[in-house]
Design a protein around this ligand. Structure first.
Ligand SMILES: *[C@@H]1O[C@H](CO)[C@@H](O)[C@H](O)[C@H]1NC(C)=O
Ligand SMILES: *[C@@H]1O[C@H](CO)[C@@H](O)[C@H](O)[C@H]1NC(C)=O
Ligand SMILES: *[C@@H]1O[C@H](CO)[C@@H](O)[C@H](O)[C@H]1NC(C)=O
Length: 430
């Protein structure tokens, strides 16, 4: 485990990701032991990007994924994944571009543009020149959406090779938005190790099945929210709420002091936080992340967490929206006549909101729901509900069926690489 961490740190530009002082570690054994005593996870910037940033594993609870507990074997698996790293949506992209354009203009007029943390603005390039790229997967930089979903395919193939019979066609289902469909294509390629992210793999081995996101599809879709009218009138049922941030103007004042002349507002600070996440998705590094204080990003994370919690995770309709997939999982797991041509692994790609519905319905969110709603007046630091843990770009929820030699069955949930025990269902082995 620590060795893995070391390898990871050795391959990442830690100056970009881990902004607090990280003790340098060597392979010297004594120093290696010292490293056990540092808590690095909390300093990982990817843990604070509010679901807008690159994939990062969940923190987990120390329960190993491999081998499964008590000599059990995984005999079926259901994977529900979010698309890979993408550009911002059109509306957010336009807002981010407004802040970008404003800062560039100010920079050009400054007598001393190289002062303080915003000095990078002189050479700053926007995420993309072409607004047609908005909403789509990114394809450059270490965290790009194509590579990430390809890697996901490789990891799933490695973990569940015994569930896949190459003589059969692996179907990968995808909501039909371009970024979701392309993620499924890249995943299928990774699963088959084709070394190609973009082309459809050999149809004898895998097919990608687009599923309409249109509301006309009713519940026969991976995006059940679209056709649920009352859900869209959500403010009739529950007001949209989000954390009321007081820290944004503090950060704006700090930046205006150390890098004078840009007239940074609270709104700009919020846009810079999002730019930090999307620059990592697009370029794999970000000077914007470096310029912001860690406290600001932690506050930004909470804005995102509260926003998504109230609109997508604990809205009165999310349980029912997610129960469509939970029921589907259940019927795939319950039939013992080896249905569907003997298929034992199912993979679907959709959006963060749909993953949140599923997490609600399957009981993962009970830790938060039974603990009470998130405060919007102050940051609830002890919350369970963290979007960066649950739905980063490329998020993946896996539900496994496990069985023993006497054919007893259990179910295990794995969220973003780690076992996620359910609050109200812990009576299985291990
Ligand atoms: C950003 O805004 C500038 C100024 O309005 C515009 O020229 C440019 O095309 C915009 N970029 C994108 C990607 O929309
Ligand atoms: C991004 O997606 C849109 C919508 O599917 C598409 O029209 C556009 O061509 C895409 N851009 C690129 C660069 O693929
Ligand atoms: C899921 O199954 C339960 C139990 O059979 C049923 O009560 C519920 O209506 C189903 N939900 C959906 C959305 O079909």
């Amino acid at each position: 485990m620590s060795q893995m961490l070391l390898m990871l740190l050795a391959t990442l530009p830690i100056e970009c990701l881990v902004r607090a002082q990280v003790p340098l570690m060597s392979s010297n054994e004594n120093q290696f032991k010292d490293s056990w005593q540092y808590s690095l996870d909390q300093q990982n910037l990817l843990k604070h990007l509010g679901g807008m940033g690159p994939y990062v594993e969940s923190s987990g609870f120390g329960l190993p994924v491999n081998p499964p507990p008590n000599g059990l074997t995984v005999d079926r698996a259901f994977v529900l994944a979010r698309h890979g790293e993408r550009f911002p949506t059109v509306s957010l992209g336009d807002a981010l571009n407004t802040t970008y354009t404003k800062l560039k203009k100010a920079n050009a007029e400054l007598a001393q543009p190289d002062k303080g943390p915003l000095k990078f603005v002189s050479n700053w390039k926007y995420l993309t020149e072409d607004p047609a790229n908005y909403e789509n997967l990114t394809w450059t930089g270490r965290f790009n959406g194509f590579t990430e979903t390809y890697k996901m395919g490789q990891l799933i193939a490695e973990q569940y090779s015994h569930l896949y019979d190459p003589k059969q066609v692996l179907p990968v289902f995808a909501a039909d938005k371009k970024r979701v469909y392309e993620s499924a294509v890249s995943f299928a390629n990774g699963f088959l190790n084709t070394n190609d992210y973009y082309s459809l793999p050999d149809s004898d081995l895998a097919v990608v099945v687009p599923i309409s996101e249109s509301k006309d599809s009713g519940a026969d879709t991976l995006t059940t929210g679209k056709s649920c009218k009352p859900y869209h009138k959500q403010s009739n049922y529950r007001p949209n709420k989000r954390y009321n941030p007081t820290f944004l103007h503090v950060e704006a004042a700090r930046l205006n002091k150390v890098s004078p002349g840009y007239d940074i507002t609270s709104e700009d600070v919020e846009n810079l936080c999002a730019l930090c996440a999307f620059e990592l998705n697009t370029f794999g590094h970000s000077e914007v992340c470096q310029a912001l204080s860690q406290e600001t990003l932690v506050g930004f994370e909470y804005i995102r967490d509260t926003l998504l919690y109230y609109t997508k995770a604990n809205h009165p309709f999310t349980f029912i929206l997610g129960s469509v997939y939970v029921n589907a999982t259940l019927s795939l797991f319950e039939s013992d006549k080896v249905p569907y041509n003997g298929q034992k692994i199912w993979v679907s790609f959709s959006h963060d909101t749909d993953l949140l519905y599923y997490l609600n319905s399957i009981g993962v969110l009970d830790y938060q729901l039974e603990d009470g709603d998130l405060s919007i007046d102050k940051i609830d630091f002890h919350r369970f509900f963290k979007t960066s843990e649950l739905i980063p770009m490329g998020a993946r929820i896996i539900v496994e069926r496990l069985s023993d030699a006497s054919d007893n069955k259990w179910v295990r949930v794995i969220v973003n690489g780690n076992v996620m025990p359910l609050k109200n269902c812990q009576d299985g082995v291990g």
